[in-house]
Design a protein around this ligand. Sequence first.
Ligand code: RTP
Ligand code: MG
Length: 156
Amino acid sequence: QTAWTGVNERTFVAVKPDGVQRRLVGLILNRFEQKGFKLVGLKLMQASEGLLKDHYIELREKPFYEHLIRYMSSGPVVAMVWQGFNVVKMARKMLGETNPADSLPGTIRGDFCVDVSRNVVHGSDSIQSARREILLWFRQDELICWDESAEPWIYE
Ligand code: RTP
Ligand code: MG
């Protein structure tokens, strides 16, 4: 298995229940594709409370934790893994800030939401988090290594 660095860096992105209900899945997929990242994992799923509690374990002491788990389990989510150079950092840029009020127009949160508790999309905040979250959400055989012909047009 190749290391998740350089052009093989990976991040975990999820369209949250509000994003799915509001039919924003295609649009969000489209932004990552247009940017030049490569989709290596994708599934629509109802996340269990256990999975979500584990996913957001670092926030367990926060006052909004229970509320967040309820929000995230309120409907299906679309879990995805994107691959590419600096994808962790750039995905976070594309998402915008945690609070939509601080997110610039042009970012997903800046363009499509107003409430921090309905902020449409999740993205891993570091390479270590990405690794942990991908292993949590995806089985090994759900991540696809595929060759693409567009690569020379995206990377020198
Ligand atoms: P995410 O993990 O979902 O990508 O969001 P993030 O890194 O930008 O922010 P984080 O601190 O990890 O918070 C996770 C999610 O919890 C909700 N939240 N609510 N009520 C509040 O003050 C509050 N703060 C955070 C948001 O849905 C946030 O994305
Ligand atoms: Mg976070």
